[in-house]
Design a protein. Structure first.
Length: 436
């Protein structure tokens, strides 16, 4: 079974989210093992397995623990799953699943094993597209049932497929014909698991004046939406109207920390960011202070802050609130980047962008330039999750550029994005005076 050891190394690196090329990264992997209740492995064992020190054949128990970390009962189980015959079996079973009207527990197990083996959500989305084309709506909702695929939909800190999967579905929704869109959307918005795992997970703010906004408006008119859904829909629609028409958002009832504890962290962050936005625009400083103090209280009870702060930060960037932004940065940066030492590309992009913005405002242009030049925008582009952060990337690029032509290029792209999104707030004046 030695031929599977190289694959095992690759799979461990895929699971943890980075390559094991030095002792620091080996320590990070060891920490991840411990946090997943995989005990009994030493740093030396990991270093030997990845060739960082003189190699030595691992014990069978070591291979079993590596396999346990990847979700297998043993190393033999891992090898069987990687066997080409096993893969052919999975593919034939997936082909049979396509033609069913709803999924069984055995089907969920096959889908999960295929996802785990491929480390890709493309197969899952292909099943979704076929089911939609055949009008198998129960099958579609089953595909996004996080209670039946808990490991697939487990939201840890960047190794899951959840947001990536939702992003692929959003690409599909923005690409189908208008007639197909009108045929399928009235059905999809009535599927609870599809809404929670796609429409409410990937918040496509950039397309609020396009198809995503039409979808949310249609959901808002449904009689059976929950209070949690209606809160989200009110917040996102009001934010869109402000970005699009500079319409001051209406007041929302202020919920206590106890009431907020029943809501998902992402929605809590959006809600408190909305309160800051409303308070700032209406010059209600007490509301801004109250929202900030509530955020601090909730943050003190969380071990993970990424989800809580994500939507809150976007409101601070829109308002150009450097003092609060700096406090969030100081509070969240180390916590987010130390959590299991795994972070999404968007976490890295957002917090380094904030660092660069704050550095520029503090007249540390050298640091701002260094941070800006190392920002990776390849994954943060129009149509991907978090694409609206590019507005602030281009604002910073415009101000940092010493070359007039480069500065104009950032401004032109910024204005082109604003035009496509239909956001009047992001005007040329907003860009030029952002740091005033």
């Amino acid at each position: 079974m030695e031929r599977y050891e190289d694959q095992l190394r690759l799979d461990l690196e895929k699971k943890v989210g980075f390559r094991i090329a030095n002792t620091t990264e080996a320590k990070r992997l060891l920490n991840s093992f411990l946090e997943n209740n995989i005990n009994g492995l030493s740093l030396s064992t990991i270093r030997r397995f990845f060739g960082l020190i003189e190699p030595k054949k691992p014990h069978a128990s070591t291979f079993n623990k590596f396999a346990n970390y990847l979700g297998y009962t043993s190393y033999n189980h891992y090898v069987r799953d990687k066997n080409i015959n096993s893969q052919w079996f999975l593919e034939s079973e997936l082909q049979k699943i396509k033609y069913k009207d709803q999924l069984t527990s055995e089907d969920y197990d096959i889908i999960f094993r295929s996802l785990k083996n491929s480390q890709s959500s493309f197969m899952h989305v292909s099943l979704f597209e076929y089911a939609v084309s055949q009008g198998k709506w129960q099958f579609v909702d089953d595909l996004f049932n996080h209670f039946k695929l808990p490991l697939y939909f487990q939201q840890n800190s960047g190794t899951d497929f959840t947001v990536k999967n939702a992003n692929l579905v959003h690409i599909w929704m923005n690409s189908i014909s208008e007639s197909e869109f009108e045929r399928v959307i009235p059905q999809l918005i009535r599927l609870p698991h599809f809404k929670s795992s796609v429409l409410y997970l990937h918040i496509d703010l950039f397309h609020m004046n396009h198809r995503y906004g039409r979808i949310l408006n249609a959901i808002f008119e449904l009689p059976d939406t929950t209070e949690e859904e209606r809160l989200f829909l009110r917040l996102i629609r009001a934010l869109s109207r402000y970005l699009s028409n500079l319409e001051i958002p209406p007041r929302e009832e202020f919920l206590s920390p106890e009431q907020l504890s029943f809501l998902p962290d992402q929605l809590v962050g959006r809600y408190l960011g909305y309160q800051v936005l409303t308070g700032k625009l209406s010059q209600d400083h007490q509301l801004v202070t109250r929202a900030w103090e509530t955020m601090l209280k909730l943050a003190s009870t969380r071990s993970k802050l990424s989800f809580l702060f994500h939507e809150f930060i976007s409101a601070l960037l829109i308002l150009n609130e450097p003092k609060l932004l700096e406090k969030v940065f100081e509070l969240a940066f180390d916590t987010i980047f130390d959590y299991v030492h795994i972070h999404t590309y968007l976490d890295v992009f957002i917090y380094n962008l904030i660092d660069a913005l704050l550095s520029y405002r503090a007249n540390d242009h050298k640091r701002a330039t260094h941070l800006f030049n190392n920002l990776n925008t390849k994954k943060v582009e129009i149509g991907n999750y978090g694409d609206y952060y590019l507005f602030f990337y281009d604002i910073l690029g415009f101000h940092l550029s010493n070359n007039k032509n480069n500065s104009q290029q950032y401004l032109n792209r910024y204005l082109a994005m604003a035009d496509v999104a239909g956001f009047k707030l992001f005007s040329e004046s907003y860009c030029r005076h952002y740091f005033d």
